[in-house]
Design a protein around this ligand. Structure first.
Ligand code: PEP
Ligand code: MG
Length: 579
């Protein structure tokens, strides 16, 4: 492993985008490729040949991307492979390819430079748009542009991996999806200067189980290819000039963690029961079909929250009934007899949808969001309900309405559902006979009147992300009040307790799908408060199942009775740790 150059170890902070520890020899994927692109004026007699050369590069790039797409589909997944459809569409877009040709012809610029200029312009334009989906396409065009330039310069599009150590940490200014498509097996971690948790490649890294730290900034230049580094994807740190014994310890920790994860995942394939024989369902939260594989691999007993808004956010138009039906059907088929709780559109608040023309509001979180929006935009709502009802024939569907706080809202939503069911039955569609219809409890109003709502809801799922912000009047996304935003605040815990008791009295199931549900530190408390189902990001399932198996429900209930009497989140945490 690389030589220690006697400099003192130094730790740099980035963003942990994929958990785990890794130690290895860094390899730069590419260093500012843009700096070496030649720029020259071509003679008018060369123009036709230059355009031909460019067209050949387009054809070769297309061939390479198709190859990459196939290998990603095989090794990572169908959803991840779809990223490359966007890449291919740029190569067929006259506004991009045609513009490069025009630049070669009218400005007599060599193809590499024309390609770089048009790519940069398009990228800047996309990045400036107020839509996350289109912003993400800015990364796509960069990836395509880089590949085109590489082809023009005679590159093969393959990274030269000869001489890479058995433990390689890939270092890059920024990673593109195609960089991860054919990653050699000896790559054990990723470090980048730029990028965020939501980058396509961050999601791919999590799927691949590769620890990654992004956003290291200029500190990335402290990394030398001659010396090993240690990265911690949980803490978001990178240690340069580490001591040899620390590198060894990190490698051992990584191996142990890999083995523990493998065992925990294996154990998680079975349902979890408490020591006194109470089954607690541990479900996955998903944002789309791309999350299904991880949910299944981690042993999800079902899906507790399918956030359908991503289907809308990823599109530049209202998803049609048919488009939605296909997605819901695939999710239901993947889980068969296990329940899939699909939440109807939760838009508004911090989730803006450009084509929805949402009103500009002073307090969007207190405004026209979730079920409130859907009950006003009936066509949007009914399109989704029809798609859901049709998909119900293919699995075990539960439908959940977000942000319900009055019986009137629940009744109105149910009425639309019933009317859609009638319509579809008349049109001859098959549907499940019984579809449980529940609500999210995510406002103090819903929690306090849970006994009333329980009479007409078939199940509850407590959304602690919102319940916490509304109870404590602390915006969930505002770093300045992050210290106040604590789901373990006794005020929130009492509302959870009250909701669970109301559900039990009415004989309906109650679960939780906010982030709090996935924190193993609180599993025993949550079981004690009365939750029968916990739903979370797939990677937390194995450890939460492990905690459930170590919990005695009766003792947990006594614990919960004590904890709700405490006065602060700090006291709650101290009390739990002391046990
Ligand atoms: C919640 O509010 O806890 C929840 C799960 O919904 P979202 O995070 O999508 O608002
Ligand atoms: Mg919510």
């Amino acid at each position: 492993m690389g030589q220690h150059n006697n400099a003192a170890p130094e730790t740099f902070q980035g963003i942990g985008v994929s958990p785990g520890i890794a130690a290895g020899v860094p390899k730069w994927l590419r260093k500012e490729a843009a700096a070496v692109i030649e720029r020259r004026e071509i003679d008018s007699s060369e123009v036709a040949a230059e355009v031909n050369r460019f067209q050949a590069a387009v054809a070769e790039t297309k061939r390479q991307i198709e190859q990459v797409r196939a290998s990603v589909e095989r090794d990572i997944g169908e959803e991840e492979a779809k990223v490359f459809d966007a890449h291919l569409s740029f190569l067929a877009d006259p506004a991009y390819v045609g513009e490069i040709e025009r630049k070669i012809q009218s400005e007599r610029l060599n193809a590499e430079a024309a390609c770089q200029d048009v790519t940069d312009q398009t990228r800047e334009m996309l990045a400036s748009l107020p839509n996350e989906y289109l912003q993400a396409r800015a990364d796509d065009i960069r990836d395509v542009g880089q590949r085109l330039v590489q082809c023009l310069m005679g590159g093969t599009g393959q990274t030269d991996v000869s001489g890479w150590d058995t433990h390689t940490i890939l270092v890059a200014d920024e990673l593109m999806p195609s960089d991860l498509s054919a990653l050699p097996k000896n790559v054990v971690g990723l470090i980048t200067a730029k990028g965020s948790k939501t980058a396509h490649t961050a999601i791919m890294a999590r799927t691949l189980g590769l620890p990654a730290v992004y956003g290291l900034g200029d500190a990335i230049h402290e990394i030398s290819e001659d010396e090993a580094v240690i990265l911690n994807g949980d803490a978001g740190t990178v240690v340069v000039h580490p001591m040899e014994e620390d590198v060894q310890a990190a490698m051992e920790a990584a191996a142990r963690r890999g083995e523990e994860l493998r065992r925990a995942r294996e154990a998680a394939q079975q349902p979890a029961e408490t020591t006194d024989g109470v089954r607690i369902d541990v479900f996955a939260n998903i944002g789309g079909l791309q999350d299904l594989d991880a949910a299944l691999a981690n042993g999800a007993d079902g899906v507790g929250l399918f956030r359908t808004e991503f289907l809308y956010l990823e599109n530049d138009h209202w998803p049609t009934e048919e488009e939605q039906y296909e997605v819901y059907r695939k999710a239901l088929e993947a889980f068969g007899t296990r329940p899939v709780v699909i939440r109807t559109l939760d838009i508004g608040g911090d989730k803006a949808l450009p084509y929805a023309a949402l009103p500009s509001e002073e307090n969007p979180f207190l405004g026209l969001r979730a079920i409130r929006y859907c009950l006003q935009q009936v066509d949007v709502f009914r399109t989704q309900l029809r798609a859901l009802l049709r998909a119900s024939a293919h699995g075990t569907l539960w439908i959940m309405f977000p942000m319900v706080e009055t019986l009137d809202e629940l009744r109105a939503a149910r009425k639309h559902l019933e009317e859609c069911r009638q319509q579809l039955a008349n049109e001859g569609y098959a549907m499940a006979e019984h579809i449980p219809v529940g609500i999210m409890v995510e406002t103090p109003a819903a929690a306090v009147t849970a006994d009333i709502l329980a009479k007409e809801a078939d199940f509850f799922s407590i959304g602690t992300n919102d319940l916490t912000q509304y109870t404590l009047a602390a915006d969930r996304g505002n770093a300045d009040v992050a210290n106040l935003y604590q789901p373990s605040h006794p005020a929130v815990l009492r509302l959870i307790h009250q909701t669970c008791k109301a559900a039990q009295a009415a004989g309906i199931p109650v679960g939780m799908c906010g982030e709090f549900a996935g924190d193993p530190e609180f599993t025993e408390l949550l079981v004690g408060l009365g939750l029968q189902e916990l739903s979370m990001s797939a990677s937390f399932i194995p450890s939460v199942k492990g905690k459930v198996k170590a919990t005695e429900r009766a003792a947990a209930a006594r614990l919960a009775d004590e904890v709700v009497k405490l006065s602060s989140p700090e006291e709650v945490r101290a009390y739990l740790q002391q046990r």
